[in-house]
Write a new protein. Structure first.
Length: 137
């Protein structure tokens, strides 16, 4: 496999991830609407609160899964590029930079980078807080 083939396959994967990310943003928005609906409804009971919490936690899990898949794909691409370079083929500066900014051969991990972690944590705090915190009348 050549350097350009690695980047072509990677770009196809990143297009798929981008579509999933848009879906995740939609589901996060649905989670905010759901949490607001539960909070503002006078008929909300424990079953609705638990169901809403399960929904927003599921969306957070899927968000972490997509983040982990993206990182794993980048690490895999970096590993492939590293193997190409070790085979004696000269790589472009962009490919060398891509290898340096990733962790070739790293295993899949649900642990996000700091900014993704802060984002999903803030979303969860707002959504779960809206569902479970007592109303201030």
């Amino acid at each position: 496999m050549t350097e350009s083939e690695v980047f072509i396959v990677g770009s196809q994967f990143h297009q798929m991830i981008a579509i999933r990310f848009v879906g995740m943003l939609f589901l996060i928005w649905v989670g905010f609407r759901l949490a607001n609906g539960i909070r503002s409804s006078s008929d909300s009971n424990i079953i609705m609160k638990v169901a809403g919490s399960v929904f927003v936690l599921s969306v957070a899990f899927f968000y972490l899964f997509i983040s982990g898949m993206t990182e794993m794909m980048n690490n895999g691409m970096a590993g492939m590029l590293q193997n190409i370079a070790e085979g004696g083929t000269s790589l472009s500066e962009g490919a060398k930079s891509f290898i340096a900014s990733n962790n070739p051969g790293a295993e899949f991990s649900f642990i996000p980078n700091i900014w993704s972690g802060l984002f999903i944590l803030s979303v969860l705090v707002i959504q779960l807080g809206s569902i479970w915190m007592p109303k201030q009348d």
